[in-house]
Design a protein around this ligand. Structure first.
Ligand code: ZN
Length: 186
């Protein structure tokens, strides 16, 4: 795959004030312990536009629907629409990934190139399969800089399953700030 350098990074929503300070918080929902949250949740209504955080290549774009039983009970919550974009660090030539979850619409496909600030999708409507069946309409946004195996990445670190390595998950705000301060002269 031809990776693409990104000269800088930007936040994925135009309005960023409704960000939960929940990176690496322990998360309980439905009285179930989900694990340590690997990104931030940004509250925004359905149909809010979501933009690529940087120039890059789409490596994953799929629907992981939640599951209702025939009588309408929630069997499984999930990602809904999810997009993962690979970016190349201009200075270090290292690849890192931005991840966008709970999308009702996705406008990009695996293998496609995207520019920074390009419209890639829209937030999903609450309690639908395309938002993964969650009450709160929001974007899950994460930055991952570990090895990638063309599979969907988790939203939580589960200590028992050891489903990922915590050290590869970066605080998205710190990461973007540091990235831009180091690349601003280029
Ligand atoms: Zn989340």
């Amino acid at each position: 795959m031809a990776y693409r350098n990104t000269p800088k990074l930007a936040f994925p929503l135009k309005e960023m004030q409704n960000v939960a300070d929940d990176f690496r918080q322990r998360n309980v929902y439905d009285k179930k312990y989900w694990g340590i949250h690997l990104g931030v949740d940004i509250a925004a209504p359905a149909e809010t536009e979501v933009f690529s955080a940087g120039r890059g290549v789409v490596v994953y774009s799929k629907l992981h629907p939640g599951e209702f039983s025939p009588d309408g009970k929630i069997i499984k919550r999930n990602w809904g629409g999810i997009i993962i974009i690979a970016h190349k660090n201009l200075k270090e030539k290292k690849i890192f990934y931005s991840l966008y979850g709970h999308l009702g619409k996705r406008y990009v496909k695996k293998g496609g190139g995207v520019e920074i600030g390009e419209l890639i999708g829209k937030i999903g409507k609450s309690m639908t399969e395309s938002n993964g069946i969650w009450e709160d309409e929001h974007l899950h946004f994460a930055i991952y800089d570990g090895p990638y195996h063309a599979k969907v990445l988790p939203g939580y670190y589960n200590e028992e399953e050891k489903n990922t390595n915590l050290k590869f998950w970066q605080d998205p705000f710190d990461f973007i700030k540091k990235y831009n301060s180091r690349h601003v002269q280029l």
